[in-house]
Design a protein. Structure first.
Length: 428
């Protein structure tokens, strides 16, 4: 009798689990295929009979009735056109991620992507490129939605900008990505030959492992709380445009009345000019309109911010600078100057906000920088300044770092001899 009862209970439990899975949509997950070269609107979306380009599929209002939460859409070689995911145009709100990704071995292109009010989307291994003029600062990828994963993609205006003149950079370069929402991961993407790199704002955003190179204005610009910016490489800024933008590698901005908080900026590399692109001159004069500043927060209220293990090589004063932060940790960073103007020496700086509010509860330790400029409630310990103060012996960087050839713009900032400072500077 007990055995029969146990069997009945197990059957009831199994039916309940199956019903829950069906209600969640898990049992309905499917794979779909889009081929802009050989596919057809009359196809059924299978690998044998694929649809056409993904842009056409979305425009035909296939997302929702056919492509559902939990599904994967594989994109084949070719141009998939403009893609707009927006409830107004028939896109339903997902309850779990729909993944849009390159079919293994394929290199699909999308000219522009716009996502609005359409949560739970993953975009993976797609190239976003469009070399036609767009409205000023209009991005190639614009996402205004929550719960987004954007990873291992490539974004560029043109693949090769080596023949661009300054006029071409001013007229043709397009902003890479704009994101506004919550719970987003932007990971392991390559972004190049763009105006601005990535603007992102919202809560709970991770921007990690991205490579940004050859850009004309700002690299990463952020606004919001609970943000992690880690292991990004930001190099080769074409900062000769007369657009009055002060270029920054990583910049936080807050134009609201509320404080933003809990920001981690860790293990990023920012190099204004590497010298490996002949069309991007080494900007080393220190002219204010022709420099890339490093990691900065100038505006608004911020709490609980950390900048750790970053490398910055620039010809600007602002290597790492924070204004009016409450609860700030700056540790194990390396900031050096690559500039032909002797008075320009990149600093690690802590300052008052523009309204006079001082920074407080600040720890600055175990850093190497050309110099330090610290104001407010700052506890500074075990920092090494490459420009010594009066009464101190000169510092020879060639004896501290593995490779130090500033006249050739060649550096390996591995610390080989820190003397009595111990574990100091950034590690790679």
């Amino acid at each position: 009798m007990q055995s029969q009862l146990a069997t009945i209970q197990m059957r009831i439990f199994s039916v309940a689990i199956a019903s829950m899975l069906m209600l969640s949509g898990w049992c309905q997950a499917a794979e779909w295929y889009c081929d802009p070269v050989h596919g057809s609107p009359s196809g059924d979306g299978t690998k044998a009979r694929p649809w056409g380009g993904f842009g056409e599929v979305v425009a035909a209002r296939t997302v929702g009735p056919t492509i559902k939460s939990g599904d994967t859409v594989f994109l084949m070689n070719g141009q998939h056109g403009n893609v707009t995911l927006y409830p107004k145009f028939g896109t339903v709100k997902n309850t779990s991620h729909i993944t849009v990704q390159a079919l293994p071995g394929h290199k699909p292109l999308i000219s522009q992507l716009a996502v609005r009010e359409a949560a739970f989307w993953t975009f993976r291994e797609i190239t976003f490129a469009f070399d036609q003029p767009l409205p000023k600062f209009a991005p190639l990828v614009k996402i205004e939605a929550d719960d987004i994963v954007f990873e291992r993609n490539t974004i560029y205006t043109v693949e090769d900008a080596s023949k661009w003149s300054p006029e071409d950079w001013a007229a043709k370069s397009i902003t890479g990505m704009f994101y506004d929402g919550n719970r987003c991961v932007i990971r392991d993407n390559t972004i190049k030959n763009v105006r601005h790199g990535v603007y992102f704002g919202g809560d709970s955003i991770e921007v990690t492992g991205n490579t940004l190179e050859q850009f004309a204005d700002d690299g990463l610009r952020f606004s919001g709380s609970n943000i992690t910016i880690r292991n990004n490489s930001i190099t080769d800024n074409y900062c000769l445009l007369s657009d009055k933008n002060h270029n920054d590698g990583i910049q936080g901005w807050n134009l609201t009345k509320a404080d933003m908080e809990n920001v981690v900026i860790d293990s990023n590399t920012i190099i204004a000019s590497t010298g490996k692109y002949p069309n991007l001159p080494l900007i080393r004069s220190g002219v204010d309109s022709q420099v890339l500043q490093g990691i900065v927060i100038f505006d608004g209220g911020w709490k609980n911010v950390s900048a750790t293990n970053n490398i910055v090589i620039t010809s600007a004063y602002h290597g790492i600078s924070f204004y009016g932060v409450d609860g700030l940790k700056i540790s194990n960073n390396t900031v050096i100057t690559s500039c032909s103007t002797p008075k320009i020496q990149a600093w690690i700086g802590v300052f008052n906000r523009k309204n006079g509010t001082p920074s407080k509860s600040v720890v600055v330790r175990d850093n190497i920088a050309a110099r330090f400029s610290l104001a407010g409630d700052v506890k500074a310990t075990n920092n090494l300044s490459l420009i010594p103060s009066k009464g101190h012996a000169p510092v020879d960087p060639s004896k501290i770092f593995k490779v130090w050839k500033p006249s050739e713009n060649i550096f390996d900032l591995t610390v080989i001899n820190s003397g009595s400072h111990g574990e100091i500077g950034a590690k790679r």
